[in-house]
Design a binder for this molecule. Structure first.
Ligand code: AMP
Length: 286
């Protein structure tokens, strides 16, 4: 498979999309930060299916500085454009939009996109400003590509719920579709950050998913008391060698707010540090 062409400018990307649209092609879009893996490949395959054989599938690769905190891993975030181009080609993409930070943020910006209460819990408090950075870059990317449909991963559960609401509340054209989390054979959710894990951390990491499955099993066998479910989850996570739990919560799947009883769909979401690497994962309940 030949590597997918790369557009570095907004103008070039817009021109390609405009030509496709003029030819009646459906445009689908997968925003990523690159260092692509099989989870991203699945998103691209879904985007191809949604666009149809004659559609235009655009993947963006942009490590967005504004969604990283000052003490986070922006500079060391993995980057692998050559391998990403091949993976995108194999999965059915037509174009990679790979802007520089200066192309996306040419000067001092004064306008941003943000959400209110959907960011109150889970990653919001741990990563101040993160969802403002995500909303702003996603809205900018959607304004560049103007896709008929965009595909996001269930792995970033809070992110996709926030993006969906932003698109609905701000009347952004185009649909948002969600693709399921792709996992390694041992259950670890695929992540570009998994390359940072040393051998011992990698061996311990599947226990995060095992802890989520244990919560779901308890919920399915009739436990509805969220405090009890959360304390069992925290105990399982705390028992993982080298783990530091950032959060382990069950929230209302729709509003992302605390849920005393599992009397409606819940989202069980965790963030766990293994060494310096922060991993997130989630499951819906029950
Ligand atoms: P990222 O490059 O990590 O910012 O992720 C780009 C998109 O890929 C987001 O919509 C993620 O939710 C999605 N994604 C990341 N990891 C996975 C995975 N293991 N399975 C499915 N989607 C994923």
């Amino acid at each position: 498979m030949t590597p997918v062409p790369v557009a570095e400018t907004i103008a070039e990307t817009r021109a390609t999309v405009a030509a496709a649209r003029a030819a009646g092609r459906v445009v689908s879009f997968v925003p990523t930060m690159g260092a692509l893996h099989a989870g991203h490949a699945e998103l691209v395959r879904v985007a191809r299916r949604l666009a149809g054989p004659s559609g235009l599938v655009v993947v963006s690769i942009f490590v967005n500085p504004t969604q990283f905190g000052p003490a986070e891993d922006f500079t060391r975030y993995p980057r692998s454009l050559d391998a990403d181009r091949t993976l995108c080609g194999d999965a059915g993409a037509d174009l990679i939009f790979h802007p520089t930070p200066a192309e996306m943020y040419p000067g001092h910006a004064v306008a941003f996109a943000d959400v209110t209460e959907l960011g109150d819990h889970l990653c919001g408090p741990s990563r101040p400003g993160h969802f403002r950075g995500v909303c702003t870059v996603v809205l900018k990317l959607l304004n560049v590509v103007q896709p008929d449909v965009s595909v996001f991963g269930a792995k970033d559960a809070q992110q996709v719920r926030i993006v969906r609401r932003m698109v609905a509340d701000l009347n952004v054209p185009g649909r948002i579709e969600i693709a399921p989390t792709v996992r390694e054979a041992d259950g670890l959710a695929m992540s570009s950050r998994n390359v940072f894990l040393d051998a011992a951390e990698r061996a311990a990491a599947p226990r995060i998913y095992a802890a989520l499955l244990a919560v779901r099993a308890r919920a399915r066998s009739g436990e509805t008391d969220v405090a009890r479910l959360e304390s069992a989850l925290r105990a399982d996570l705390a028992a993982i060698p080298g783990a530091r739990v950032d959060y382990a919560r069950i929230v209302d799947d729709d509003r992302m707010q605390p849920l005393p009883r599992l009397d409606r769909p819940g989202l069980c979401a965790v963030a766990v540090f293994l060494g310096r690497t922060r991993l997130i994962d989630n499951l819906t309940l029950p």
